[in-house]
Write a protein that binds this ligand. Structure first.
Ligand SMILES: Cc1cc2nc3c(=O)[nH]c(=O)nc-3n(C[C@H](O)[C@H](O)[C@H](O)COP(=O)(O)OP(=O)(O)OC[C@H]3O[C@@H](n4cnc5c(N)ncnc54)[C@H](O)[C@@H]3O)c2cc1C
Length: 306
């Protein structure tokens, strides 16, 4: 087997994009992920027989290279153009913008596709990054930490790290749909909600499932028990759309959902061979994370003479 020269920690889209680009440049690489699967915040949880997106609500593709990747996903039936118009609540406002993409199999399936053929070990949390560089005592020519700053900071000093904002995502399923055509809605100036997405609309199967994202204040009140946020979220949904109580709910807390501030640099690569990538390096969104990982891979490969 080829000697591993780069260890990437984190199998979200930034880490997987980084590993893929390194592999394409002939650099042997392994990926360590503490979770049970790849995907990170592009998280899809199987609930009541179908995947529900519990992290990112959708993604955009402005970057030309990322657009090529997205079109490949579309041609393979993995991604679909969802909408370029979102509702603005409360009221009847609409917000136009770039096409929002979704995935019939859930956003995680796209990261899984990018990870095909890579050396990824899940359920392997890295504990320590040391000089050398090393990961848990194992040397590498370079180490990449592809994750939110507060997670990377547990392993390595992160320069200029902003504070990150938390979110609780609540999925709720009904017997029948009872809300208007959204397909997703920004909820402005609301004490509980920031966004509501119609998961059946984005997935394309029409399932009567909504996913609501909460404000940081709600997370602070229910940090230790995300299910404690469900009653307030259901009250808020009832105020907006009416309808009966849902048949089921599921809550997930993201302690580090998005950085409080954008950075100018697309990644960090220290003289010690430790690199940092992720959506904290630019405007926090899926395509930024992909681009950050990809550009860091090119810088690492260059440094290694590839
Ligand atoms: C609620 C929510 C809504 C969002 N909505 C949108 C949206 O609508 N549009 C959009 O474009 N983006 C959205 N985002 C942001 C989008 O999900 C991220 O930009 C993108 O997924 C970040 O990818 P990443 O690889 O940088 O980080 P992550 O996906 O967080 O990946 C980091 C990985 O590192 C792993 N890890 C951490 N520490 C360790 C360790 N010590 N050892 C091993 N592994 C470790 C984690 O388990 C994780 O898998 C949203 C995010 C959230 C949470």
């Amino acid at each position: 087997m080829a000697r591993v020269t780069v260890t990437v920690v984190g199998a979200g889209i930034s880490g997987i994009a980084c590993a893929r680009e390194l592999t394409a440049r002939g650099v042997p690489v392994r990926v360590l992920e503490r979770g049970r699967t790849v995907g990170g915040r592009m998280a899809s949880r199987r609930l009541h027989g179908r995947p529900v997106d519990m992290g990112a609500a959708y993604f955009t593709a402005r970057d030309p290279e990322f657009t090529e990747v997205v079109h490949r996903w579309r041609d393979a039936g993995l991604a679909r153009e969802w909408t370029d118009e979102l509702a603005v609540l409360p009221g009847a406002g609409r917000s136009s913008g770039p096409v929002r993409w979704a995935a019939p199999g859930g956003l995680r399936s796209l990261v899984a596709d990018l990870a095909t053929g890579l050396d990824v070990t899940c359920e392997h949390p890295a504990q320590r990054v040391g000089p050398g560089p090393t990961v848990d005592g194992e040397p590498a020519d370079a180490v990449v930490l592809a994750m939110p700053d507060p997670q990377a900071a547990r392993l390595y000093p992160v320069p200029d790290a902003p504070a990150w904002t938390p979110v609780i995502a609540v999925a709720a399923g009904w017997e029948e749909r009872h809300w208007p055509d959204l397909p997703a809605a920004f909820v402005n100036d609301h004490p509980v909600l920031t966004l509501v997405a119609d998961d059946g609309a984005r997935r394309g199967d029409g399932a009567p499932v909504l996913v609501a994202h909460t404000t940081a204040d709600v997370v602070r009140a229910h940090d230790a028990d995300p299910d404690g946020a469900v009653p307030a979220v259901l009250d808020a949904l009832r105020e907006l759309f009416g309808g009966p109580p849902p048949a089921w709910t599921y809550a997930h807390r993201w302690r580090f959902a998005s950085p409080g501030q954008d950075r100018e640099e697309p990644f960090h690569l220290g003289d010690d061979g430790v690199g940092l990538a992720g959506d904290g390096w630019g405007r926090a969104r899926v395509e930024t994370a992909w681009r950050s990982g990809t550009l860091l891979a090119r810088a690492v490969a260059k440094r290694l003479g590839r």
